[in-house]
Design a protein around this ligand. Structure first.
Ligand code: HEC
Ligand code: HEC
Length: 451
């Protein structure tokens, strides 16, 4: 990793009630500081972007000669912001942020770096509705016996998931490409890694990843377990770019991780295996049970509009969607070629197994929170659910490996849905959105960024 260098510790910026003035000075590479006066309410906002997570000294002066310590600011996870109240009846105040190399040895404890609840969130024992307690759904659970979800290790996993230190230049976290408000997916067709390069495939939503019986991960299922998968992006040259040794060194260097590892595993030893266990636990804890679909499940969907119910019948009937996106998790127990193109630019599972009969086969993703996770398919080719429905209605392409469920008389299926039926199908897909999941604090960014 490139170490930021500071060659001096000059004052950086001055600001007063009347406005802000800036002075050129040496600050750590990649850091940016912004003072913006908010005169209408007597506040001034300071914002620091600092991937090196340095400690800064905020100082105040009334005459630009004597400077007083106002506050020490430690940046966590790349940024800090705060509004300062500027008193009107005092003489003009000038503020400056001072970068002092001597201050940089400071360590942050959990309660400084993170805004975690005093009792850990409930990750281990979420209350599940009856339709999640059926033998079918229980059989989908891919939690291994040696890594059950515990509240404390899942909390550690949550912190790791949001920590940009897991990338080589401290700019990308798992959450950069798996955003809570987008069902833990990325609204971009391809995601951007730590050097600004694009990923080869569309990011995947992580809702109910625990309920996938095959227990394999990635579009081409190249990871055999979730525990194996979570270390891949960290080492991927486009995504995060660390070796496992570098990962362990960086995580071990943080005081608050010593506390979190101790709570999770009984001692402060950081290993890549423990990082993998904790990340996998956090992901398995991301469970959606509060969508409109879930609420309707016990009342035969009396909460649905007629259009949503029409869409539900098409999904399970004429549309044959449930042949592959089955069960209450809308997921399959096998992989398919769903006829996107011929030949496939991306051979999918065929590139892993090197078998003709696997060309163009991909994981059948869960449709939970599907309205939030666009664009769609492994290459993000469809922007909207309307485009997806149009595809299944009339654009499925013939391919030697095309799934039998998408054939009719050995030809690609044509659903011949009316415009109203297509709209109904989309309306049904929208009932799979769980607004709780996108706002639940237990899945959110835990870092302390000031305010
Ligand atoms: C730069 C963007 C990026 C970052 C960073 C990233 N991911 Fe991903 N993630 C993706 C993409 C793209 C895919 C699909 C890749 C593929 O299938 O080849 C994916 C797939 C996954 C999957 C597979 C889901 C499934 O249903 O099979 C999981 C789980 C996952 N990521 C977890 C993580 C974790 C944990 C981290 C952090 C350690 C992380 N990701 C960091 C972009 C990213
Ligand atoms: C033969 C099995 C099969 C059938 C039938 C099927 N799908 Fe799919 N579906 C898949 C597979 C496999 C993928 C992933 C394909 C890829 O990305 O290459 C997919 C992807 C999707 C996606 C995109 C998911 C994402 O995260 O990007 C949506 C939405 C979707 N299907 C909806 C439907 C609807 C609606 C129907 C019924 C009209 C349907 N599917 C029928 C197998 C199927």
């Amino acid at each position: 990793m490139k170490k930021p260098v500071a060659r001096s510790h000059l004052a950086l910026l001055l600001a007063s009630l009347a406005g802000a003035a800036s002075a050129e000075a040496q600050i750590p590479t990649d850091s940016h500081i912004n003072f913006s006066p908010l005169p209408e309410n007597g506040f001034m906002r300071i914002a620091i972007a600092d991937p090196g997570n340095h400690t800064w000294n905020l100082q105040v002066s009334h005459d630009l000669i004597f400077w007083y310590e106002f506050e020490t600011i430690k940046v966590h996870n790349g940024r800090f912001a705060k509004n300062l109240h500027v008193l009107e009846n005092t003489p003009r105040s000038f503020y400056r942020l001072n970068f002092d190399p001597v201050l940089q040895a400071g360590e942050s404890r959990v309660n400084q770096a993170l805004a975690l609840p005093s009792t850990p969130g409930n990750y281990a024992l979420p209350s599940l509705p009856a339709h999640f307690l059926t033998p079918q759904v229980i059989a989908q659970d891919n939690t291994p016996a040696d890594n059950p979800v515990t509240d404390r290790a899942a909390t550690l996993g949550r912190v790791l998931f949001y920590d940009k230190r897991l990338s080589a230049n401290n700019t990308i976290s798992c959450a950069s490409c798996h955003q809570q408000e987008h069902g833990f997916s990325d609204p971009r067709q391809f995601s951007i890694g730590f050097r600004g390069e694009e990923t080869d495939r569309n990011s995947m939503g992580l809702t109910n990843a625990k309920y996938y019986e095959r227990g394999h991960f990635f579009w081409d299922e190249r990871s055999q377990t979730l525990e194996e998968q979570v270390l891949e992006p960290i080492q991927n040259e486009v995504e995060m770019g660390l070796t496992l040794d570098e990962l362990v060194t960086k995580v071990s260097a943080e005081r608050y991780y010593a506390e979190l590892f101790t709570l999770a595993f009984g001692d402060a030893v950081v290993t890549s295996e423990r990082i993998s266990l904790a990340l996998a636990q956090f992901i398995r804890s991301i469970i959606s049970t509060e969508s409109k679909f879930d609420h309707g499940r016990s009342s035969n969907f009396s909460n649905f509009t007629p259009q949503e119910n029409q869409g539900r019948r098409i999904f399970n009937g004429q549309g044959r969607c449930d042949d592959c996106h089955g069960t209450d998790n809308f997921v399959s127990d096998t992989v398919f070629n769903n006829g996107l193109e011929n030949p496939y630019t991306d051979p999918g599972i065929g590139a892993i197994t090197r078998r003709q009969q696997d060309l163009g086969k991909f994981k059948t993703p869960s449709l939970r929170n599907i309205a939030l996770t666009g664009p769609y398919m492994h290459d993000g080719r469809f922007r909207t659910l309307e485009e997806v429905v149009e595809f299944y209605d009339s654009q499925v392409v013939n391919h030697p490996n095309l799934a039998p469920q998408l054939r009719n008389n050995n030809r690609p299926i044509r659903l011949n849905l009316s415009e109203a039926e297509k709209r109904a199908l989309v309306a049904f897909l929208n009932t799979l959105t769980d607004p709780n999941l996108t706002t639940d604090p237990k899945y959110s960014d835990p870092f302390n960024y000031g305010e």
